[in-house]
Design a protein around this ligand. Sequence first.
Ligand code: SAM
Ligand code: SF4
Length: 445
Amino acid sequence: MEKKKNERTFFIESFGCQMNDRDSEIMAQLLSDSYKPSLTVNDADIVLVNTCSIRQKAEQKAMSLLGTLKIIKKNKPGMVIAVVGCVAQQEGKKLLARLPYVDLVLGTQNIYKLPLFLNDITANHKRISAVEQTAAFTIPPYLPDVDKGQAHKRFVTIMQGCNNYCTYCVVPYTRGREISRNFTDIIAEVEHLTRHGVKEITLLGQNVNSFGRDIENNETNFSKLLRATAAIKGLKRLRFTTSNPKDLNDELIQCFADIDILCPHFHLPVQSGSNIVLKRMNRKYTIERYLDLVNRLRIARPDIAITTDIIVGFPGESTEDFQATMDLVDNVRYHGAYSFKYSDRPQAKSVAFDGKLSEEVKGERLATLQAKINQIVMERNQEFIGKIEEVMVEGQSRTHTGQWSGRTGSNHIVNFTAEKSLKPGRIINIEINEACQHSLRGLAK
Ligand code: SAM
Ligand code: SF4
């Protein structure tokens, strides 16, 4: 017997970045008016796969889940399968042709119309592709559901898309042109969250430093938004991600000196240590300028932890270029770094570049780089031993039974022992007594 609408269940699997996680939260909220969440994919009547296409590997993960869903759907013909996010945007209608068991392909600007499309699919047995993008798009003023998700920390999207066109990157195609959210909507969303007990906010965008530039007659910018957000009552910690170094200016650096609750952590993706490669990547800064920014951030906030993203094996990367990246890592001594093998993406300009490196060379370079990063990160972690750190409690440790887990302002995970039960969001002093590769350990003071 066919289920009634309010008996139908949904499941969302989210791949990729925090922007996708936030979009998945929004879709869950939109669906929960009419459907119930399901605990597993197998039990769900509607399955959304929120995809990432930043590297080929990310795309493959989503494709592999879709392969499993195809098998499940054979025994559940009424199941609705939707592909959402960046792969959906990139492939559009082609996905409906390639994957006949998929009912909906939903692009990154279309998630707010999800319930309408689902109604159409069930009522009219349609298959739909909705991937239109327009410069007139605005992110609706959508207040998050405070009863679901983490109670003490949340992500708030401040802009969508990117205008930078780094030659390796698919984001400007999958997420569209830069669109900033309305300043007052962002502040209203943060106020709503803090009124309901949220203590930490991370402002999200692909290139937050250029917030506001797309708004006509605009008098605001990212630093002003940071200052206004930091002034909201009840907020204890403020973070943001991600920034392109080319847009990091003195006004933003000054925020780290002035705003107490702005956490001492800056994720500043460098991508390569070679000026020749940076130019071919269209990054629009030099290593000299990057090092100057790092230096100025450290002067403004001496305890700041700087982390980064690095791509190895970009087309044409010579052994000297790779050595320049190794030297940069030695020089900056990052507190953390994500590193990736260069991956051809369908619409990216670098697909047509000469000098592609073999998977073997890319793999060797990545392993060499990661060994260096791990060594430096471990040394950086050891610098915390003996210090008292303010740690925001996240909950009971998942890896260390009987212990608690939290994060420092610098975003280091700390597992610690405490005598009493602790509420997530509380900030307590922890004396650090041990450093591990991915976390610190300590005792509540
Ligand atoms: N907006 C950020 C910036 O400007 O640095 C980057 C955000 S991007 C979503 C996350 C990271 O994925 C990039 O910093 C880069 O290191 C990596 N990435 C992007 N495209 C890639 C590609 N084609 N191959 C390998 N890594 C890639
Ligand atoms: Fe991609 Fe970041 Fe460059 Fe934008 S600034 S194109 S998101 S790497």
